[in-house]
Design a protein around this ligand. Structure first.
Ligand SMILES: Nc1nc2c(c(=O)[nH]1)N[C@H]1C(S)=C(S)[C@@H](COP(=O)(O)OP(=O)(O)OC[C@H]3O[C@@H](n4cnc5c(=O)[nH]c(N)nc54)[C@H](O)[C@@H]3O)O[C@H]1N2
Ligand SMILES: Nc1nc2c(c(=O)[nH]1)N[C@H]1C(S)=C(S)[C@@H](COP(=O)(O)OP(=O)(O)OC[C@H]3O[C@@H](n4cnc5c(=O)[nH]c(N)nc54)[C@H](O)[C@@H]3O)O[C@H]1N2
Ligand code: SF4
Ligand SMILES: [Mo]
Length: 691
């Protein structure tokens, strides 16, 4: 290999082209290792790295077309200043100098009065630790701006994991390939966790049974041996009834329970109240299905659960994840390396957040926290002692809240406020950029440094820039560096460069030379992490009973909490709507990539034949989907993917590409989950009419 610094010189010499090792930046569990081929300074191809085991040389359709996104003719390549009313899409080019000077001046004026009136808004448009919360966090910490509670995706499940296992940790993903039973629970792996699906296929070839637990008959559900098509928001009831069966049939690992769990007696008592008939009535499946599922779980070894975030986007989402996460301990599944459960592996990564974010820049201040999931309401709030100052400025990066945040009518009204100063760092003129005072051109992953963790495997990845920044684009870090300078922030940490930030992220805990050489480094994690207990909880045990939850006044044991908007509870809005990801988009990213949008066609609502028939809706008809929060037009597809009483509105389209300039979040609510303060996108009642 010699000193290839992640670039292959042999290729470079022979063909005038070179390859550069990178990492997929998108919010996907798989965090693939990328090989970008560059010819004459232009990236011509992005491929999966065959040397990286989790990637296995394969990328999803979206990222194999990455050059189409990076060189998109509509990339924003110079700073833009608004020249029309908000939302009117009228912008004029402006120099970096003028843009930064004006932005710094505006922020300084607000900060002089109260810096908490300034709010950063960001999520995982890139999961990079450097282009995410490093220089940006330093900048907002120094200013004393409001903090952002980054809840929009996984905080209910994350909190549930923390209160059960102690952190977001679980099985090593590669060993799913050796399991004999896999429950794919609240996850459409083929769409959103493709590399896990390849492992599940390997297990299947080895004789494993695959069972999918999902209200939608997804492409994943179709390819499993069984599909338990429950109602949304009923997973805890199902898990408790499984426990009931494990107890009455004594499919328990008594030794594991005694040594490595906390609260078994109490959980056992609770489970005994959940016979399969009771759960069946709630879940909308048969008691026989539940008995069979429990028998499979209780009698097959090794057995594993791949749960994903789909189940936690409802009121009781945290409880649901906790209930499911308990199951492997009942049967001692953790004893085998191919047994246990995995929601997210991100808690395994020893990231030195403080080195990246420098919380000491807060200098003793404790700014208020804004929850990103209620940005609609919060942008419309006046100053008050409880809330703090009215929000006067928003700086958005790595996120598209106008499209992805719940209850869009409020979000749009908030972003449209004339007295709000909004800066958006973006690649494209997204729905959110439409409301910006300034749009600043950001680099893509092909153009900047970054270092990554993953939530679906346990390898650290390094991303090297493959090409120079396009146009006048700058990395997020550089934009915040230059803003910091104009704000007069003189600490040396505001001049640290990206490569140095990449090194800081893991410090000595990961071999940076190895990252430079091969693009990834595998963390040292035991094959069967909890075979002998040792959970990272205070007790060291799997906590069925959580003292911490109990102290917060919550139930210390997992339980079924009905949805806020429970199916059958409203005559006006009788249908439950879920809005899971579309296969060729990644949240709202890629919606503007023509070839991918063409595959998705139009915004779609899947509806069961019986629900369509009573409403006179034919497949292909344009429908109005509505509730008290709003209305959304899309195309109906009468489809066996929908169960009776549940419609599937596939997400997350850019509003401006929708039929009437809206998307599915027109209908979702800003209520929050039982734990983790997360959004409840899939806890949503609607009615549907032919338009
Ligand atoms: N192609 C593609 N890949 C993606 C994404 C994308 O948008 N597109 N999004 C990425 C992101 S941000 C994330 S967080 C991850 C994971 O994203 P997730 O939101 O977990 O997405 P899915 O894997 O599609 O799993 C959701 C599944 O849960 C089902 N579901 C809905 N409600 C319930 C319920 O109450 N109970 C149960 N059991 N199932 C339910 C849905 O029908 C769907 O099939 O995927 C990432 N990968
Ligand atoms: N109804 C409904 N709504 C949902 C969901 C759902 O299932 N249903 N899923 C939810 C989930 S799980 C999530 S995670 C959120 C996701 O919501 P977001 O985190 O907002 O994700 P994206 O929609 O992908 O938007 C990310 C934006 O970041 C930009 N970006 C990417 N890289 C960079 C960079 O390096 N610099 C800068 N400045 N910008 C960059 C991209 O161009 C893109 O516009 O959506 C949530 N919304
Ligand atoms: S989106 Fe996921 S599957 Fe696709 S390349 Fe990125 S990490 Fe891999
Ligand atoms: Mo997400």
């Amino acid at each position: 290999m010699s000193s290839t610094i992640g670039i292959s010189p042999s290729v470079s010499l022979l063909q005038g082209s070179r390859t550069v090792l990178g990492a997929c930046p998108h919010d996907c569990p798989d965090t693939c290792s990328l090989i970008t081929t560059v010819e004459n300074g232009i990236a011509v191809k992005v491929a999966g790295n065959p040397a990286h085991r989790p990637t296995d040389g394969v990328l999803c359709t979206k990222v194999s077309r990455y050059t189409e996104r990076s060189y998109h003719p509509e990339r924003i390549l110079q700073p833009l200043r608004r020249s029309g009313t908000k939302g009117s899409h009228r912008y004029e080019p402006v120099s970096w100098n003028d843009a930064l000077a004006d932005i710094a001046g505006r922020l300084q004026a607000i900060a002089a009065n109260n810096p908490e009136a300034i709010v950063p808004y960001s999520y995982a448009g890139t999961m990079g630790l450097v282009q995410g919360e490093s220089m940006a966090a330093r900048f907002f910490n120094k200013m004393g701006a409001s903090l952002l509670d980054r809840t929009i995706c996984s905080s209910a499940g994350g909190e549930a994991m923390a209160q059960t296992y102690g952190a977001k940790v679980g099985m090593k993903v590669e060993f799913f390939a050796e399991s004999k039973l896999i429950l794919i629970w609240g996850s459409n792996s083929i769409t959103s966790n493709l590399h896990f699906w390849r492992l599940a296929q390997a297990a299947k070839r080895g004789g494993a049974k695959l069972i999918c637990i999902d209200p939608r008959r997804t492409e994943t559900a179709e390819k499993c041996h069984e599909h338990v098509q429950l109602r949304p928001g009923t997973d805890a009831a199902l898990a408790l009834a499984m426990m009931h069966e494990l107890v009455v049939n004594d499919w328990l690992d008594h030794d594991y329970l005694a040594q490595h769990t906390l609260g078994w007696n109490a959980l056992r008592e609770r489970a005994l109240r959940w016979n399969p008939e009771r759960a069946a009535a709630i879940c909308g499946v048969t008691a026989q299905q539940i008995r069979s599922l429990a028998r499979d779980w209780g009698t097959t070894h090794p057995a594993a659960i791949r749960l994903n975030y789909g189940m936690q986007r409802v009121r009781g989402g945290g409880n649901a994840v906790r209930a499911v996460a308990c199951l492997p301990a009942l049967t001692g599944a953790w004893r085998h390396r191919a047994g246990g459960a995995l929601l997210s592996s991100s808690g395994t990564f020893p990231v030195d957040k403080a080195a990246l974010q420098r919380p000491e820049l807060l200098a003793g201040r404790a700014p208020r926290t804004i929850n990103m999931s209620t940005i609609g309401d919060d942008l419309l709030r006046e100053s008050s002692p409880a809330f703090g100052p009215k929000i006067e400025a928003l700086v958005v990066y790595n996120s598209n809240p106008v499209a992805v945040a719940p209850e869009s009518s409020k979000v749009v009204a908030g972003f449209a406020r004339d007295d709000l100063f909004t800066v958006v760092l973006e690649h494209f003129q997204t729905d959110t950029a439409d409301y910006a005072d300034y749009i600043l051109p950001a680099t893509t992953q092909l153009e900047h440094w970054d270092v990554h963790l993953a939530y679906g495997h346990t390898d650290v990845l390094l991303n090297r820039p493959a090409i120079a920044p396009l146009g006048q684009a700058k990395p997020n870090t550089q934009i915040f560096r230059e803003l910091a300078q104009r704000m007069g922030f003189t600490e040396p940490c505001f001049t640290e460069d990206d490569e140095s930030l990449c090194r800081k992220a893991y410090g000595q805990r990961v071999d940076f030379n190895l990252l430079l050489e091969q693009g990834f480094a595998t963390l040292d994690v035991p094959d069967a992490p909890f075979a002998h207990g040792g959970f990272p909880t205070a007790s060291g045990k799997c906590e069925f009973f959580s003292e911490a939850l109990s102290r917060q006044g919550l139930d210390g044991l997992p339980d079924h909490l009905p949805n806020y908007e429970e199916a059958g509870s409203s005559a006006r809005y009788p249908l439950a709507m879920i809005s899971p990801p579309a296969r060729n988009f990644l949240n709202s990213s890629f919606v503007n990539v023509r070839s991918l949008r063409d595959i998705e066609g139009e915004p779609l609502l899947e509806i069961h034949a019986s629900d369509a028939a009573v409403r006179g809706i034919a497949s292909g008809a344009v429908v109005r989907v509505f509730n008290d929060r709003g209305e959304y037009r899309c195309k109906a597809e009468v489809s066996a993917r929908a169960r009776p009483g549940v419609v599937n509105g596939l997400g997350v389209w850019w509003r401006k590409f929708g039929m009437d300039g809206t998307n599915v979040n027109q209908l979702t609510s800003q209520k929050l989950t039982d734990m983790g303060r997360g959004p409840v996108f899939y806890d949503c009642l609607v009615e549907v009419q032919a338009a």
